[in-house]
Structures are given as structure tokens and as C-alpha cells.
Design a protein around this ligand. Structure first.
Ligand SMILES: [Zn+2]
Length: 263
């Protein structure tokens, strides 16, 4: 996955030179953006055109990143890859819900993380845990759409090559489910989502410390947090947030795909 990042060294130099104001708006032409590739810890190390090395940290939920990746793959015509990422997004949203539900019961995220290791490699167990927690938290039975699972398995495990209409149909159902879950999370788990956000940041800091232990030269490299809007509006305030369909997400992604280094 790629993101667009701004070099913090060049940015600060331009502030010192008075070319960019310390506060307020400025022309985007004044800052040079480069394409960087994020890793599994959501870090992207990159060189700007002036040769400065920096590290960007993408502050986002994993399900959001995977969904964006799946939509971008669809727009580029990579249908199998799109199914893989969109299905992965839903599974990671199940995980987020389970973590939020357990955290609401007063269980520390670190403890949940340790317990999660026993479910980590088995999506069936994860789905089972999600169904039970969804029922316990909402009083509503969650019935997994077997057609979604069958289609995902056919593409991922049997190498089935889907056509765009089939992927659209699959993705529409998944996106509808994603919004069902997001709406519950946004309404009932605000505190837990904040806790998870800070926990993920802490985990990223630890991963960065490990990277720096292995490569001492990284100690002097500046780190910036990259905020790009969530395609599903996960971080939007309540007045702006609205349910969207896959068709709407596709149109919205066409407008912002340049932010992911896609032209
Ligand atoms: Zn630079």
C-alpha cells in the first residue's frame, strides 16, 4: 500500500525561511510530496528529492487500509486482489469489534492482544467470537452471509478469476456489512475506539524502537504521523458521517486516489 507524504525536514526549512506560515493555510505547491510504501506496522520510510530520510506513520485502522487497498485494486482492474483485500477488511473489522467489546468490559487491550494470538490464524474462530460478542453487545443476531464467504473462498483458495460485476456484487454486500458494524462502534464504543487508537500508537512506537535498535542510524530520522481521511468516514464527526454504498466509495476513491500515489 502506498501513501503520499511530505518531507518534515523540507517543511520545517520552508517555515524557517518564511515561505510557509507557522499557522494557517498555504499553497500545496510549496510542499513537495513523495510516494512512500507502508509496512505491516504502518510505517513508511522515504527519501525526499533533496535526499532527506524520514519515516511516516499512517494513523488508521487496519480494516480501513485494507478496504482502501481493495477499492484501489478494483479501480485498477485487479479483481482477485480486490476481493482479497475487501474480505480481509471485513475480518479485521470483526477483530476491532471484538477488541472494543472486551475493552468495554474493563479488560486491558494488552491482555486482549495476548488472548487473540489463539484466534489470530483461524478466521472461523474469529467469526464465531464476533457473532457472540455482536449478539451480547447489541441483542441482535449476526448472520454471516454464506455467499460472501463462498465467493471469497472460491477466489482465494481455488484461484477463481472473477469478473467486475461479480466483485461489485460481493463488495456491495461486504461494504453494507462494514457500515452496519461501524455504526454500532461509532454509537456505542467511542471510548473503546479511542483506547484502541492510543494502544495502536503505543504499539507502533514500540515497533519503531525495535527498528531503531536494529539500525542505529534511524535514531536521527524524523518521524511524522500521516493522517489521511478514512474512506468510510470512521473518524468523521457525527454530523458529517453517513452510510455509503460500494458504488459511492468507488466514486469517492476516484477523486482521492492521487493521495495513494495512483494516477
Ligand atoms: Zn526533504
Amino acid at each position: 500500500m502506498r501513501i503520499m507524504v511530505t518531507c518534515p525536514v523540507c517543511y520545517n526549512e520552508k517555515i524557517k525561511e518564511g515561505l510557509i506560515p507557522k499557522t494557517g493555510k498555504y499553497s500545496s505547491d510549496l510542499v513537495q510530496e513523495v510516494i512512500a510504501e507502508i509496512d505491516d506496522n504502518f510505517f513508511a520510510s522515504f527519501h525526499c528529492d533533496s535526499g532527506h530520510l524520514s519515516i511516516g506513520y499512517l494513523s488508521k485502522h487496519r480494516f480501513d487500509i485494507l478496504l482502501e487497498s481493495g477499492i484501489l485494486a478494483f479501480l485498477a482492474g485487479f479483481h482477485s486482489e480486490s476481493v482479497l483485500s475487501i474480505a480481509g477488511s471485513l475480518e479485521r473489522l470483526y477483530e476491532l469489534f471484538i477488541f472494543a467489546a472486551l475493552n468495554k468490559k474493563g479488560i486491558q487491550l494488552e491482555k486482549i492482544d495476548k488472548a487473540w494470538k489463539y484466534l489470530k490464524k483461524q478466521s472461523e474462530r474469529q467469526l464465531g467470537a464476533f457473532c457472540m460478542y455482536y449478539l451480547s453487545e447489541t441483542g441482535i443476531q449476526y448472520t454471516p452471509d454464506t455467499k460472501i464467504i463462498e465467493f471469497r473462498n472460491k477466489v482465494i483458495h481455488q484461484g477463481y478469476i472473477p469478473k467486475s460485476d461479480e466483485v461489485k456484487n460481493f463488495a456491495s454486500k461486504v461494504v453494507d456489512t462494514i457500515f452496519d458494524v461501524i455504526i454500532v462502534l461509532r454509537n456505542d464504543f467511542k471510548t473503546e475506539l479511542k483506547n484502541i487508537y492510543f494502544y495502536n500508537q503505543e504499539r507502533a512506537n514500540k515497533a519503531l524502537e525495535e527498528m531503531r535498535k536494529l539500525d542505529k542510524s534511524l535514531n536521527r530520522v524524523p518521524v511524522l504521523t500521516v493522517f489521511t481521511p478514512s474512506i468510510v468516514g470512521m473518524d468523521e464527526n457525527d454530523k458529517i458521517f453517513k452510510r455509503r454504498t460500494f458504488a459511492i466509495l468507488l466514486e469517492e476513491m476516484k477523486e482521492i486516489k492521487v493521495r495513494y500515489g495512483v494516477t
